[in-house]
Design a protein around this ligand. Sequence first.
Ligand code: SF4
Ligand code: ZN
Length: 315
Amino acid sequence: MTKKLKKGTRCTICKAKGENDKAVVYLPHHRLALCKEHFIEWFEKRVEKTIKEFKMFKLDEKILVAVSGGKDSLALWNALTKLGYQADGFYIDLGIGDYSEESKKLSIDFAESIGRKLHIVPMKEEIAPIPEIKQSTKRPACSACGTVKRYYMNKIAKELGYNVVATGHNLDDEVATLFGNTLGWDINYLKRQYPVLQEENGFVRKVKPLCKITEKESALYSFFNNIEYIEYECPFSEGASSIEYKEIWSKIEEKSPGSKLRFYSEFLKKMYPILNTQNKNINVSEIKTCIICGEPSFNEICSVCKLKEKVGIKS
Ligand code: SF4
Ligand code: ZN
């Protein structure tokens, strides 16, 4: 994204306005060279445009941002706040050693800096820290982690009266997921790969306002706004196939700028409507209510209550 910028290149927007600021960023797939100020403006406008394009939420709705302490979720929270939305944060303390300690601190500090509420749910009190769950269930850490994140995000948003949950998934994440789902032609996943999942059957609305922003763009936005975020990945992410897919896509993008955006946008425009011409979501009819906690579930007992049973917690 920040491909070589020729020395002395002027910011495209400053130039058009007759001003004379030097560009510090070059976005080849948008053919834009921008100074710091106009990059920040461009980023926020792009987020706003995506929110409107997919009718994600309105100004008077209460938004809960899923915060991990990483660049994407903090950049998203910052941009939403600057755009005038009522966005609070939600952080799950996964109990993954230093990674969780640091990311929690950064999230708390950031919430204070923008003057918004951060709701924290500690896994150690709800079930057990992720490494312990991994051990006692013999399940991969990420699968248990994904389950608890989805569950608590949804439950807490409903309990606290938020209309919508926003996550910091960026274009690189969406392309990697889309690529993986396409490799396996996982139709049910492809059918749900949309930047907005409407509220239904006990699930709150979920949105991804950064779906057209690349990972590098969100890192740069955080940098220019002096946002401190956790710079290393969770130790359990090592070897994840999504990381391999991202590397493959970086090479494709390098050769042909704009490929990621094209792959994703054209899917949304051309494939997504075709996939959804039949049953909107074949799983909807299968959704029940967990007999223990009352949350939506595909089985009589939901995955989190099952996890609790496995780690020896009585509900
Ligand atoms: Fe959870 Fe896996 Fe992500 Fe770590 S890498 S935060 S365990 S989903
Ligand atoms: Zn349950």
